[in-house]
Write a protein that binds this ligand. Structure first.
Ligand SMILES: NC(=O)c1ccc[n+]([C@@H]2O[C@H](COP(=O)([O-])OP(=O)(O)OC[C@H]3O[C@@H](n4cnc5c(N)ncnc54)[C@H](OP(=O)(O)O)[C@@H]3O)[C@@H](O)[C@H]2O)c1
Length: 251
């Protein structure tokens, strides 16, 4: 099938939430989108409902499977101009319920899963000397928050990793960017038992990301009324930081 190479996107975790909203939003703008995730039924349904969305099943924690999926994209459609490494998982963990297996699981999906996708996409994108890669992190990666350690640490790692690669990859023609959303209503946040400030829909989040595709800023963050407060928090001396976090969260 012939597709416009300038409008070819691969989205991991594309079967639900922000990834699904991104796939639908991009396909509405004339993009051809390949979505990946573990649950074939969700991906298949999405693909059946949108003729410009195809799917390839993938568990991002499987290093070799990432390479195979990306090779399959190259063979069938060509090198994507946009890769969104969005697949992620979240479970809160109170310090008194320290769960080593959970920490390992979130690390392999959220951090190493993204690195696996990045490693599979980079050679072709560098050879093509074009394209952008969006890494889905979170404001939870800005600073350590109560009950969010196993999740926030993976997102902090992604921010750090992307910062370190942004300049060298730009020199090779590939724009590596970080996406740091605040609270978005998805299955992932359903499990939060607190009122989430400035929460937005997955469709609104997708719209913010898609609108930012035309610029080349390193970070895409929204809604700014919330994420800028989080940015400020991380700049405070620790004494003030911990005082405010305790006041705000009650923990
Ligand atoms: N919701 C928020 O407030 C928020 C805020 C900041 C950042 N984020 C980030 O946004 C991204 C998308 O999350 P979401 O909120 O849209 O939640 P979601 O609806 O639960 O989406 C997560 C997606 O990741 C996929 N996934 C999970 N583990 C995977 C694996 N091992 N291999 C491949 N795919 C996997 C899931 O599909 P399968 O289970 O079928 O594999 C699912 O489609 C995540 O990285 C999350 O950390 C979310």
């Amino acid at each position: 099938m012939t597709v416009d190479k300038n409008k070819l996107a691969w989205i991991t975790g594309g079967g639900s939430g922000i990834g699904k909203a991104l796939a639908i939003g991009l396909s509405g703008l004339g993009w051809h989108v390949i979505v990946s995730g573990r649950t074939e039924s969700k991906l298949k349904l999405l693909s059946m409902e949108h003729s410009s969305i195809d799917y390839l099943v993938l568990d991002v924690t499987d290093k070799l499977a990432n390479v195979k999926v990306f090779d399959s994209i190259l063979n069938q459609w060509g090198s994507p101009s946009l890769v969104i490494l969005n697949a992620g998982d979240y479970t809160p963990m109170a310090a008194e319920n320290f769960d080593l297996d959970l920490i390992h699981k979130l690390n392999s999906v959220n951090y190493l899963g993204v690195i696996n996708g990045l490693a599979s996409a980079l050679p072709a994108m560098k050879a093509a000397h074009k394209g952008q890669i969006l890494i889905m992190s979170s404001v939870a990666g800005y600073c350590g928050l109560p009950d969010a350690g196993p999740y926030g640490a993976t997102k902090a790692a992604l921010i750090n990793f992307a910062e370190s690669l942004h300049i060298p990859l730009k020199k090779e023609g590939v724009l590596l960017r970080i996406v740091n959303p605040g609270f978005v209503s998805t299955k992932l946040t359903e499990q939060n038992d607190f009122k989430m400030p400035a929460q937005i829909s997955a469709e609104k989040a997708a719209e913010k990301i898609i609108n930012a595709l035309d610029n080349d800023s390193f970070e895409i963050t929204f809604p700014k009324r919330f994420t800028y407060i989080m940015k400020l928090l991380r700049c405070l001396p620790y004494r003030w930081y911990f005082y405010l976090v305790t006041k705000i969260t009650g923990k």
